[in-house]
Design a protein around this ligand. Structure first.
Ligand code: KG4
Ligand code: ZN
Length: 410
């Protein structure tokens, strides 16, 4: 099955073409084409993703990315195509809300043959609704123009599939992936800019939400703390870079000593760590950093680094403790972490080390799968993977809407 996948849920516009073989128990994927454009540079000046700008950029970039992905996959056959008036009118109505997209769309599809793909997969949510709509409408328009079936994908399921996928033959290439021998139940820790969730997959593709954040998502906390430290958006990679530097130097930082004197603890709080649930809270941790920085407009580079480290330590410890609890409760045999924050070096290390020591204490063997760094942040390959499984189950329908809060577990 050849899948064309579209992702526009946030600030990445991405289109991939993936050839999938096998079935639910053992699947292989070959990435034929992968085109992605990050809008990070544009959103930087707003200190976060600005939805109206994201929507406009997606509309501008989708056709060039489609062209690039098809070209890379060698599926672009130039030829003049007549689009029946009725179809044209339907497509024009679908794309009416995306300025400029209809013109570019018609120019493109009237000059190439419908490509040899079997299904179109598109992220329907969760995400920024205006951004999601651009991808959804584009997918629906393509489905009409090319007479292809369409499948709506949950973005978080995409992150789970990306985490379950391993490189084939141990090659470091991410163009040959496989999802095989996954021992159920799977516990997934999904950490991104909008989500912090623990989800159990007891049966393949059936999810149960066992924990979630009660306030900020962890990526949001990274981004907000980064802003307090005067670091650019997105803050996750910046904090990670500074924190890693801090771990290599042993110095006493006055700000943190002050904090220790005031609060009788040398570290930042670990919110809800022992509350007996699998839920999270990060707003208190963020506030603790804010309190720490109060009346300190000037910070030295060393102070910044060590605050970044303290913050990251607190986050990683809470994430691990809650995950360990959910592992125990669920009896999961496979643990995955996915979403943009799973790119974090320290969090990856903490999880690897802790899972290794679970085996030492006789806990049933848990297999940890962490996505390849290139698949942690938003991309369309993960949407193609999820699209394969959903299409195998015949969940094909063009009758769906973009949903900012589309739930994974229903
Ligand atoms: O999954 P993602 O690309 O988009 C959403 O669906 O939200 O995640 C983006 C989030 C941002 O908050 C970003 O700061 C964070 O992931 N992030 C990181 C790292 N790389 C990206 N957070 C911590 N450490 C990183 N290395
Ligand atoms: Zn994401």
């Amino acid at each position: 099955m050849r899948i064309l996948a579209i992702e526009t849920s946030c600030d990445e516009t991405a289109i991939s073409i993936v050839e999938a073989m096998g079935d639910e128990r053992a699947a292989e994927f070959k990435v034929l084409g992968n085109a992605l454009l990050s809008q990070i540079e544009l959103h930087k000046e707003y200190g976060g993703v600005f939805p109206a700008l994201a929507k406009r950029e997606h509309a501008k970039n989708l056709v060039p990315l489609l062209d690039a992905a098809l070209e890379e996959a060698e599926l672009l056959v130039e030829d003049t195509q007549a689009i029946p008036d009725e179809t044209r009118a339907k497509i024009a109505a679908i794309l009416a809300r995306e300025p400029g997209l209809a013109e570019a769309f018609f120019d493109f599809v009237s000059e190439c043959e419908p490509p040899a793909i079997d299904v179109i997969a598109v992220t329907a949510g969760p995400g920024l609704e205006p951004a999601l709509w651009v991808g959804v409408n584009f997918a629906k328009a393509l489905a009409l123009a090319w007479e292809k079936p369409i499948v709506a994908i949950n973005h978080m399921e995409g992150h789970i599939m990306a985490a379950l996928a391993t490189s084939k033959d141990d090659s470091s290439s991410r163009s040959n992936l496989e999802v095989k021998g996954v021992a159920l139940p799977v516990l997934a820790l999904l950490i991104s800019g909008g989500h912090t969730e623990l989800v159990v997959m007891k049966e393949w593709l059936e999810y149960e939400l066992v924990g979630q954040t009660r306030d900020d998502a962890v990526g949001e906390a990274f981004d907000k703390v980064a802003r307090m430290l005067g670091l650019p958006y997105p803050g996750g990679p910046e904090i990670s870079r500074l924190a890693e530097l801090a771990r290599t130097e042993a110095v006493e930082v006055e700000l943190l000593q002050e904090h220790a004197r005031r609060s009788s603890t040398s570290t930042l709080p670990r919110p809800m760590i022992n509350d007996g649930t699998c839920d999270f809270s990060f707003s208190g941790l963020k506030t603790a950093v804010l309190t720490l920085l109060k009346n300190r407009p000037e910070m030295s580079e060393t102070e910044k680094k060590h605050i970044a480290r303290e913050f990251e330590d607190a986050v990683a410890e809470v994430l691990w403790k809650k995950t360990a609890r959910a592992l125990k409760d669920s009896g999961a045999q496979t643990l995955v972490i996915g979403g943009g924050v799973s790119a974090n070096t320290h969090i990856r290390r903490v999880f690897r080390e802790n899972v290794a020591s679970l085996v030492d204490i006789g806990y049933p063997q848990v297999r940890l799968r962490i996505p390849d760094a290139s698949l942690t942040t938003d991309n369309a390959i993960m949407i193609a993977l999820a699209g394969f499984y959903r299409a195998l189950r015949d969940e094909l329908s063009a009758d769906f809407v973009a949903e900012g809060n589309r739930p994974l577990a229903v």
